[in-house]
Design a protein around this ligand. Sequence first.
Ligand code: 13P
Length: 250
Amino acid sequence: MKKIIAANWKMFKTSEETIQTLTELNTLTENIPLDNKEILIFPPFTSLEVAAKIVNNPYIFIGAQDLYPAKEGAFTGEISPTMILACGAKWVLTGHSERRHIIKEDNALVGQKTIFALASGLNVVACIGETLEQREEGNLYDVLAEQLQQTLAKLPTPLSPERLVIAYEPVWAIGTGKTASTEDIIEAHTIIRELLKNILGVSAMQTRILYGGSVKPENAHEILSLDNVDGLLVGGASLKADSFAKIISA
Ligand code: 13P
């Protein structure tokens, strides 16, 4: 299974800044052996097309940060999978905690988006994770189970396992500088693997589970070497090409 190193740029970078960062990344990754990795970059919608054109490394792929689950229609402000694919992007994020908590997306909508994206030909990184309050109340298992079950209900079949990736991002570790401890990560990823076995059967063993939350060049290698960690989803430390290149080579 190839490890995934993914960059979520959130609401950062104009298309000009995208060109600058990805031009640097092209150069910095020239000599990094990447045949065992997949690198995903999730820029804002306005940079998707230019990002897909500028990247010249066959191991780097572009994705969108969100989608609307319809082919087209009167949905002001929304973007469809067809439009994302037409930009040259192959991946999409669903259920990121900032969309769940700031934009108030619920599990049912995250599920609809995940299924529609997969059925439309996009590969998906579906994000799940608990708040500090949910963790402290002892609800880690229930929260992850609920999010996964609703996200993965009614998956299109057959679905090859490399097209669906789960990202575990504890909300309290996102953008806070507080990385989850190795024990926290192992515990959550083990729970997710077990839940995936119930939902997906045998393909659960080939479903990649990424960790996200204050990943930086200094901790990337250690986190990547943990059991059931099949990659990283990086926010702040992915915005500068040199910092992201260090994480890629971790
Ligand atoms: P940070 O790496 O900035 O904590 O963000 C993580 C994240 O939300 C990636 O999707």
